[in-house]
Ligand binder design. Structure first.
Ligand code: XMP
Length: 318
């Protein structure tokens, strides 16, 4: 029978044999899969694993610095690359969801390629691909692209894509990845993190993206997510987040009428993201969260809760 401990022992031995003393590059995302893949490889080859964690400027509030610190604390050889300005610059004025995704994918590849050139004589590219990603990429469902390779565009392969590929989690399902992570001693909070899309807050800001909108959404999202944790609801929800809507609505503050932004909160239950139900969060929680958001985040005067399930709605709004 399959056990996480046995998987770790066997995989570490295989990775040592396969990689020897060659250098490996791995892109960390802050998510469960890439983190578990990194710790597994680190156990096998130590400092020859070179991790790269890119800030695309579309992560959650404080996520880049917090997660980077956490990775360093785990002993990983990790370089944080803050490319926010480059991503936001290239996204400026763009409202089309698919173009936003493509731009982010392209800039990521450019940044990652630049960084991988700085690791001299690297031979391998490691990825946290898991079994459902493998199936998805062959089933042509048009599902989200989770791996670096799937972003690639046919003309002129970047150098890091010519490296040999190692994918130690390729045969595992998500729950198995979490169990392997626990067996490796990875922090429970990291292993229990909600899924977060690669394009990040870009697809939760409907319409064009500006640094101001990102800052507003980061504040709103942080209040919502921290609230879910405080109320013991975070682990009962599969994924949660906030959307910044491209509409202003009238409100009132003191004697004045305001005309400000509206945010939608979304929390869903799911097992694989393919179907999802909205979560019946307690009214008291929604009331407190809405008050906090409107009182603490300048520029937002209205909060709505998304009560649509997938299908026919999707989890993200873009
Ligand atoms: P939807 O919105 O299609 O989302 O119901 C299903 C799951 O996929 C995530 N998602 C993405 N992940 N790149 C990603 O890496 C993307 O472009 C993307 N779009 C959606 C979404 O957050 C949910 O977990």
């Amino acid at each position: 029978t399959w056990t996480p401990d046995a998987f770790v022992d066997k995989t570490v031995a295989e990775l040592k044999a396969k990689i020897g003393d060659e250098k490996v590059i791995l892109g960390l995302s802050g998510g469960v899969d890439s983190s578990v893949a990194a710790v597994l490889l680190h156990k096998a080859i130590g400092k020859n694993l070179h991790c790269i964690f890119v800030n695309n400027g579309l992560l959650r509030k404080n996520e880049f610095t917090d997660v980077l610190k956490q990775y360093e604390g785990m002993g990983l050889n990790v370089k944080g690359v803050d490319a926010s300005a480059r991503f936001l610059g290239d996204l400026a004025g763009e409202s089309d969801p698919e173009t936003k995704r493509k731009t982010i994918g392209r800039v990521f590849i450019e940044v990652f390629d630049d960084e991988s050139h700085l690791v001299e004589n690297a031979k391998w590219l490691a990825q946290g691909t898991i079994y459902p990603d493998v199936i998805e990429s062959v089933s042509a469902t048009g599902g989200p692209s989770q791996t670096i390779k799937s972003h690639h565009n046919v003309g002129g392969l970047p150098d890091f894509m010519k490296l040999k590929v190692v994918e130690p989690l390729k045969m595992l399902f998500k729950d198995e990845v979490r169990r392997v992570g626990a067996s490796l001693g990875i922090d429970k909070a990291l292993l229990g993190r909600h899924p977060f899309p690669g394009p990040g807050l870009a697809i939760r800001i409907l319409g064009d993206i500006t640094p101001e909108k990102v800052a507003i959404l980061q504040e709103v999202d942080a209040i919502f997510i921290d609230g879910l944790k405080k109320w013991g609801l975070y682990d009962k929800v599969w994924q949660a987040g906030a959307m910044l809507l491209p509409v202003n609505s009238v409100g009132v503050m003191g004697d004045e009428r305001t005309y400000e932004k509206c945010v939608a909160l979304r929390a869903v239950e799911s097992t694989d993201g393919m179907t999802a139900d909205w979560v019946n969060l307690p009214y008291e929680f929604l009331q407190k969260t809405s008050n906090d958001i409107i009182n603490k985040v300048p520029g937002v005067n209205r909060v709505v809760y998304d009560i649509s399930s997938k299908p026919p709605a999707t989890i993200e709004w873009e």
